[in-house]
Design a protein around this ligand. Structure first.
Ligand SMILES: Nc1ncnc2c1ncn2[C@@H]1O[C@H](COP(=O)(O)OP(=O)(O)OP(=O)(O)O)[C@@H](O)[C@H]1O
Ligand SMILES: [Mg+2]
Length: 287
């Protein structure tokens, strides 16, 4: 079942009655299991808007979004349990400030489970487990989420969604603003969750290195429209990057430069720094 977009357009209304089409005519299928998807595109291309449709946080202006069999249209439908959709598809917001609202970290992370009738003691356990998963220990429990650093806030907001144990996870720029170690730790956590549970995970990112290293499917938006979907390999070997205001991963960029300047016969499509070194070793040994 999963999530199915059928010709979805979303127009934001404003007080001046001028509307703005943030996404246009998007048709897309996302399976319930097994997918590890990167959603990329230039600033303002509609990524966050698309993500907010994945758990019915906002409704399409036209078209339909089918989420675990519920058909979401422009109009609210009394028969649809929107709350349970939001439990099935957990969305971590781009800006944690929009997600955090309690006066302690513990209460914030417990809120989701408690909202779904998990007993208080169990919710406390879930909160601490989820915080540990994102790299925060018990010393954070009684801290005020609003006094945390940007990266810590981000981790708390991710823990809040992990505590709900959703079927599908959608994370809007979960690694932005984190230091390199934090980025790797979180990507490893998402990969682990994906491998252990087979859950579909969709991550919005501007980081092409992460896209190449971790994901098996990439969706590109440009000016609110779907401009590419396929494997990262296919994207980076295609010539659509420039038109989409996207860059090559650093590994590929570096090897491309080496190949051109030193005239070496290297395979430039390498995913990690280690792969780059291995490839350079291979080529220079053959020289
Ligand atoms: N609440 C809103 N009201 C009016 N316009 C909006 C609203 N939210 C987003 N937009 C507009 O819709 C377009 C798409 O915005 P969206 O936040 O989905 O982009 P994005 O791809 O997530 O960008 P970024 O990479 O900067 O996060 C933008 O031009 C934005 O200005
Ligand atoms: Mg965004």
């Amino acid at each position: 079942m999963g999530i199915r977009f059928n010709e979805v357009t979303h127009e934001y209304a404003s007080y001046s009655k001028i509307t703005y089409k943030a996404i246009q005519n998007i048709s897309l299928n996302i399976s319930e299991h097994e997918e590890f998807i990167a959603l990329v595109g230039h600033t303002g291309s509609g990524k966050s808007t698309l993500a907010k449709h994945m758990n019915a946080l906002i409704f399409p202006t036209s078209g339909t979004v089918e989420i675990f069999g519920n058909i979401i249209t422009k109009k609210r439908n009394k028969k649809i349990k929107y709350n349970s959709i939001r439990k099935n598809v957990g969305l971590v917001f781009q800006f944690p400030e929009y997600q955090l609202f309690e006066d302690t970290v513990e209460k914030d992370v417990m809120f989701g489970p408690m909202n779904f009738k998990v007993p208080k003691e169990k919710a406390k356990e879930l909160a601490l487990d989820s915080l540990k998963l994102v790299g925060l220990d018990e010393t954070y429990l009684n801290r005020n989420p609003f006094n945390l650093s940007g990266g810590e806030k981000k981790r708390v907001s991710i823990a809040g969604i992990l505590a709900l144990d959703p079927e599908i996870l959608v994370l809007d720029e979960p690694t932005s603003g984190l230091d390199p170690e934090g980025k790797t730790t979180l990507m490893k956590l998402f990969t682990d969750i994906h491998k252990k549970t087979n859950k579909t995970i969709i991550i919005i990112t501007h980081d092409m290195d992460l896209v190449y290293q971790y994901f098996n499917r990439v969706i590109v938006l440009k000016d609110g429209e779907l401009s590419f979907e396929g494997t990262p390999e296919k994207l980076f070997k295609s010539n659509i990057l420039k038109n989409n205001h996207l860059d090559l991963p650093n590994t590929v960029k570096t090897l491309k430069h080496i190949k051109e300047t030193l005239n070496l016969d290297v395979d430039i499509y390498q995913k990690t720094a280690e792969d780059v070194i291995n490839e350079l070793n291979r080529v220079t040994k053959n020289e």
